[in-house]
Design a binder for this molecule. Structure first.
Ligand SMILES: [Zn+2]
Length: 65
């Protein structure tokens, strides 16, 4: 079972052979062997490498609960 590496939810879409999309985080991620790469999906549809600084948002989510 593949889950979103950021929010951990299972309701993710498969968009390629090793490529998945999480609508919650608006990110795509690729899993090849043990290698995980996460990309932001910009409003125009381009992919940019997921920024570590954005994890501050994730931390806030965790602390909220
Ligand atoms: Zn997610």
């Amino acid at each position: 079972m593949t889950t979103c590496p950021i929010c951990g939810q299972r309701d993710i879409g498969k968009v390629g052979a090793d490529q998945y999309y999480c609508g919650d985080c608006c990110v795509e991620f690729m899993i090849r062997n043990q290698d995980l790469k996460i990309y932001n999906v910009e409003v125009d549809g381009t992919l940019t490498l997921y920024d570590d600084t954005a994890q501050g948002t994730v931390n806030l989510e965790v602390q909220k609960g």
